[in-house]
Design a protein. Structure first.
Length: 562
């Protein structure tokens, strides 16, 4: 049984039943089998957490296996990134890193076995002809004219395919199953094809490569996998998985399908993600707007926040769409507990406190994290000239505007009460400076002895001590909740969010952030949670990525529209 208390789901119920029956000798052995043709995304993170999590909780093993059966789309770059992502999520395969290409010789021999049993044949139909012969959902398929070839003829042709005597697309090896099957996958599926391309591991040894469905089940069998966990799109392929292993008479793992992850405002198609990179809509696979694990990592998500998200959404049998807010809340909750609070001003407006002594600097005590008393306090310099957010001032304030306005008093966080006395503007009417007076009796932002109170509290940074930084405000890459919902005749890219990235080149930060280490996480008070970019941040020149806002701003936008 599981080693720790975990939420029950249908996969765990199956594993519990198998262990109770003594199936597989009580072993639990799973695998995570990515294709090295792209970077892993948040959907893969769910699969990783399920496969590695099941193995961990049942004292079992989980292999990392690269299903590298398509040499034209694979790259060592993807292999390296997959390793990094799995380890970053907190999982380890120890010495169990395998490749489908490790088994190419064995898979070839299994193909010969099927031919000798009369269960596979070499077919000369073109891809278009194969599609026509396959039939439809309501009409059975039609036999290929080449299915009657003798075992000897098929063995000879398959060997000649291996020697490279035929061109790509001229011949394939197909399994003989059932052309009348209601499952089109079972209508004489292709199990080998000709591809005259070098493989990143086997070089030019092979010019024929096994299909994924044929390779996958045999690889599971060779590795002694007990529970082959995959997403629902492979449900129709399970009969083929079972048929191949039954015909070969080898170890037969159980394939179990679970619902894939679908998120609002998010696209997980490798083809579309690759296009976003190629057409430079994003800066790369690790762009913080991308749903890749490397993208979330660079945006400032933590491994634990993603694991907690995967636990929270659970494991289901039916596909559904999860609101991306659930994912965002997982990192909000964690950073609320752990991230130190700092003050930053993204759109600076100068405030001059006219009755504050020139040249004087005070140090104010500021709480690092009210959720964590052990985090302590820090010193924040206060001086005559400050920066506040331009949005925190209105020359003509709307109703219930409790921030700074002419004649209005406001509390400076950890500072003093100040009152707006004068506004300086340029020739175009843009506010350049706000002149205020302060009440010395309100040091630390405390209420004055006369008991008067103010309703607004704003953050600030001392102009003399401010650190200039670049801040990148990231938002959903796709504006539409369902990016695939597009007008007729248009593609998914019409739903790209034009405001998915806003770069603020001259933000003003507290001086303690000048030499912040790359990878540090902080909350900029009232602005959100931010992450010191691990690629572009330098000592003295910090660059911060917004991980997430303090709350779901998109929910507010949607409510406003309604």
């Amino acid at each position: 049984m599981a080693t720790e208390k975990t939420p029950s789901n249908f996969i765990r119920d199956i594993v519990d039943a198998d262990i109770a029956k003594g199936k597989n000798g009580g072993r639990v052995h799973t695998r995570f089998p990515p294709e090295p043709n792209g970077y892993l995304h948040i959907g893969h993170a769910k699969a990783i957490c399920i496969s590695f999590g099941i193995a961990r909780d049942y004292h079992g093993l989980c292999n990392l296996r690269f299903d590298d059966t398509n040499p034209e789309k694979e790259d060592v770059e993807y292999v390296d990134s997959i390793r990094e992502d799995v380890r970053w999520l907190g999982f380890d395969w120890v010495d169990r890193e395998y490749y489908a290409s490790d088994y190419f010789d064995a898979i070839y021999q299994h193909a010969l076995t099927l031919i000798k049993k009369g269960m596979a044949y070499v077919c000369d139909l073109t891809p278009d002809e194969q599609r026509k012969h396959r039939g439809t959902l309501t009409a059975p398929g039609k036999d290929s004219p080449y299915r009657g070839r003798t075992v000897e003829e098929n063995l000879e042709l398959f060997e000649r395919m291996r020697r490279g005597e035929f061109d790509e697309g001229t011949r394939v090896l197909r399994a003989k199953i059932d052309m009348a099957s209601p499952n089109i996958t079972m209508r004489y599926p292709t199990i080998y094809r000709i591809k005259k391309a070098s493989h990143h591991r086997t070089g030019d040894k092979w010019c024929i490569y096994p299909m994924y469905d044929f390779t996958h089940c045999i690889s599971d069998s060779i590795e002694g996998i007990t529970h082959s966990l995959c997403t629902l799109e492979f449900e129709n392929n399970r009969p083929l998985y079972d048929w191949v292993l039954d015909q070969l008479g080898v170890h037969h793992p159980q394939q179990i399908e679970f619902a894939r992850l679908n998120l609002t405002h998010t696209v997980l198609s490798k083809r579309i993600l690759l296009k976003l990179v190629q057409q430079k809509t994003v800066s790369g696979w690790d762009d913080p707007r991308m749903p890749t694990i490397s993208g979330f990592r660079r945006r400032g998500f933590t491994p634990s926040s993603i694991r907690n998200f995967c636990d929270r959404i659970g494991v289901a049998k039916f596909n559904s769409t999860i609101d991306v807010v659930v994912l965002e809340n997982s990192i909000r909750e964690e950073l609320n507990r752990t991230a130190p609070r700092m003050m930053a001003v993204l759109d600076p407006l100068k405030v001059v406190i006219t009755n504050y002594p020139e040249g004087k600097t005070e140090e104010m005590d500021a709480t690092n994290n009210p959720e964590d008393p052990a985090a302590g306090t820090r010193k924040v310099p206060f001086s005559r000239e400050l920066y506040i957010e331009r949005d925190d001032f209105r020359e003509t304030p709307p109703p219930k505007f409790f921030r700074l306005a002419p004649g209005q008093e406001v509390r400076l966080r950890y500072g003093y009460f100040i009152k707006c006395e004068k506004v300086l503007k340029d020739a175009e009417g843009k506010v350049l400076e706000v002149h205020c007076t302060y009440d010395p009796a309100t040091r630390g932002g405390n209420n004055p002895p006369d008991g008067r109170k103010v309703k607004g509290t704003i953050h600030w940074v001392s102009a003399q001590h401010a650190v200039r930084a670049e801040v990148r405000l990231y938002d959903h890459l796709f504006a539409a909740k369902d990016p695939a919902d597009v007008p007729e005749g248009q593609d998914i890219f019409v739903n790209l969010n034009p405001k998915s990235l806003t770069v603020v080149p001259g933000a003003c930060l507290e001086p303690c952030l000048k030499d912040v280490r790359a990878g540090a996480r902080v909350q900029f008070e009232r602005l959100g949670y931010f992450f010191a970019d691990p690629v572009d941040s330098r000592p003295g020149k910090p660059v911060f990525n917004r991980t997430v806002t303090l709350r779901d701003t998109w929910e507010k936008i949607e409510k406003g529209r309604k």
